[in-house]
Design a protein around this ligand. Structure first.
Ligand code: PEP
Ligand code: MN
Length: 278
């Protein structure tokens, strides 16, 4: 479970966030230092958005918070030229955000980092097209990659995006051997829907949870409306653990068709005669 604020906002904020993530029982700390914003008028693009020095200072804050509480850190990257800055700062896992899901230059550059990468699915990328963008990053042999379903564009306007639970199942049970993360924070964009949608993602095949939580989401500088209150994160970690155990148990009942098909193929003619007399 990877949890933390949408963005790193101050030293005290990320330290408090790290404490609450740790106390909730999650394993990794997330937080963006440069934020990709869809409007130039949003006002907040992250502590590290002005220049490389500010990026280094921002990364140092989350790395310090993670280390203080014994948690690896996950931080989004925007610019391929910044990969060494993330590596040198001691970030443990790089996030490719939704808007960069098919950023060719960035994905090519990430081929050569030894850091794991969590690659979010673009919100208008078809299931298989997304996997091809993921494969772009892996063509030189990189294997430490985590898929992430964070919601796609659809007819629904009530939720921020539509969490594509069917594709989570397709990634895990059919199309890929990579671990799959569910991000129901961006997938729903509604704090009170994050808990049930995360559990649905785990049941569908996710083995990693990415979730936004904040010491006080009501004053968060980005994505506060979807950030969990500390109490909610604690409850979600407990529920996610139980859901994971349940899925592992129920997976024993999962019967892939390929195992059965051979037997049914062998009796097709006999069944045609018996069922349709033809
Ligand atoms: C985020 O993780 O804070 C984020 C901006 O996510 P996405 O790229 O999925 O919108
Ligand atoms: Mn966010």
């Amino acid at each position: 479970m990877i949890a933390g604020p949408c963005s790193v906002e101050s030293e005290t904020q990320i330290l408090e966030a790290a404490r609450l993530v740790k106390e909730a029982g999650a394993q990794c700390l997330r937080g963006g230092v440069v934020k990709y914003r869809s409007s130039p008028y949003s006002g907040w693009e992250g502590l590290g958005s002005t220049d490389t020095e500010s990026l280094k200072r921002g990364l140092a804050l989350i790395v310090k918070a993670g280390r203080e509480f014994g948690m690896p850190t996950v931080v989004e990257i925007l610019d391929p030229g910044d990969v060494p800055v993330y590596e040198d700062a001691g970030v443990d896992c790089i996030q490719v955000g939704e808007p960069n899901s098919k950023n060719q230059a960035l994905l090519n550059r990430l081929r050569t980092t030894t850091l794991p990468v969590i690659h979010k699915r673009g919100n208008s990328l078809d299931t298989e097209a997304y996997l091809l963008w993921v494969e772009r990053m892996m063509t030189g042999g990189k294997e430490n990659v985590i898929l992430c379903e964070r919601g796609i564009a659809s007819a629904t306007r009530y939720t921020r995006n539509t969490l594509d639970v069917g594709s989570i199942a397709a990634f895990h049970y059919q199309l890929s051997g990579l671990p799959v993360a569910v991000d129901a924070s961006h997938g729903t964009g509604i704090r009170d829907l994050v808990h049930p949608a995360t559990l649905a993602g785990i049941m569908a095949g996710a083995s990693v949870v990415l979730v936004e939580a904040h010491p006080n989401p009501l004053i968060a500088k980005s994505d506060g409306f979807q950030g969990l209150f500390p109490e909610q994160l604690r409850a979600l970690v407990r529920a996610a653990r139980e859901t994971w155990e349940l899925r592992r148990r129920l997976d024993r009942e999962y019967q892939p068709s390929a195992v059965l098909e051979r037997g049914y193929m062998a009796r097709m003619q006999a069944d045609r005669e018996r069922l349709f007399r033809s």
